[in-house]
Design a binder for this molecule. Structure first.
Ligand SMILES: [Zn+2]
Length: 341
């Protein structure tokens, strides 16, 4: 049943050129809410309304970061403690089920526009997560996997050790994987170069490195050289703001890809033209803006206050030449999602 539904979705995607958003979130994040962070939620229904407003045809979507596997009051304090009870027996067990139920059962029309990815934690109970994911893909069309290890303080290099079974699962079901990246020195969990080591070690899995590799030119070059590696432009506008601030969350000095980050569309065009087979257009909705904190490995808090208008990501994207938009907003997304067709 999920296979037939997946084939119908692929037929819709291939029917005519469309705009595909390669990175967005659907669901609720209680920890973001109680931390005072923004955003913290997006329903499938509201997301599709936004897609209609901004002219996006299809979108990859995954849960937000918090999973009920962890105790909520601890998670809010950046402590990672197993939650008593069985709300989510493994990381993202509950949230992945909830996402698929919302898209395919509560709001079945949304299943024609949304491509759910399941979230995972590379380091905690990987075998249990694989068992839950096997059951999920048996019942629902799932189009890929996603993790954001910075916020779980879970090293991405676990994918080369105990978490290897998660990559085996992805290879077995031909599912691509989107990975949150970082260059800030206090983030050993999602370091973009460690991520590239993982990508290099698994040519049988397709990966997308999120947030333009934080504008690191060496990371972009290395990603471009790997046939199984894509890079998404998610939350590009607020990353341009970070570059203008010379914030440590993006690469600085000679490490930064040279572009005029005061001009969103021009900077995006320069990067897309340099790596035309690698880049994916993506909004990160509702994370196209971020007001909140990141806690580093020294427990230092980095507060960010980055706002972005609802239409900004699509308005800027539409300033790119037609052929380039077709490439990063459609053709490359299809190659990432389904391999070479
Ligand atoms: Zn995101």
């Amino acid at each position: 049943m999920p296979h037939a539904a997946k084939s119908r979705m692929i037929d819709r995607l291939l029917a005519e050129p469309a705009l595909i958003d390669a990175h967005a979130h659907v669901g609720a994040d209680a920890a973001a809410f109680y931390s005072g962070n923004y955003p913290y939620a997006m329903t499938a229904e509201d997301f599709v309304l936004r897609m209609d407003v901004t002219g996006v045809d299809f979108a990859v979507c995954f849960p937000l970061v918090y999973t009920a596997y962890f105790s909520l009051p601890d998670f809010v304090q950046s402590r990672f403690v197993r939650c008593p009870g069985n709300l989510s027996p493994v990381p993202y067990g509950f949230e992945n089920e909830r996402l698929c139920q919302e898209i395919y059962e509560a709001m079945p029309g949304m299943g024609e526009r949304l491509l759910p990815f399941a979230f995972f934690d590379p380091g905690r109970e990987p075998q249990g997560q694989v068992a839950a994911l096997e059951s999920l893909v048996e019942r629902y069309p799932v189009f890929g996997l996603k993790t954001a290890t910075s916020y779980l303080q879970s090293p991405i290099s676990e994918l080369l050790r105990g978490g290897r079974c998660l990559l085996d699962f992805a290879a077995r079901h031909d599912l691509p994987i989107t990975l949150h990246t970082a260059v800030i020195p206090g983030d050993p969990w999602a370091n973009v170069f460690e991520i590239l080591d993982v990508v290099r070690s698994r040519p049988d899995v397709r990966f997308a490195l999120a947030h333009t590799c934080r504008f690191d030119r060496r990371a972009l070059e290395q990603a471009d050289e790997l046939a199984n590696c894509f890079v998404d432009f998610s939350a590009f506008h607020i990353h341009c703001k970070l570059a203008q601030q010379n914030h440590a969350a993006v690469a600085g000095g000679g490490d930064r890809y040279p572009a005029d980050y005061t001009r969103h569309a021009a900077a995006m065009q320069a990067i897309a033209e340099a790596y035309p087979d690698t880049m994916l257009w993506a909004s990160d909705t509702p994370g196209h803006q971020f007001i909140g904190r990141f806690v580093d490995d020294q427990t230092a808090e980095h507060w960010l206050h980055l706002t972005c208008e609802v239409r900004r990501e699509t308005d800027e994207f539409r300033q790119l030449p037609d052929a380039l938009r077709h490439r990063i907003g459609y053709l490359n997304a299809l190659r990432f999602l389904f391999g070479r067709r």
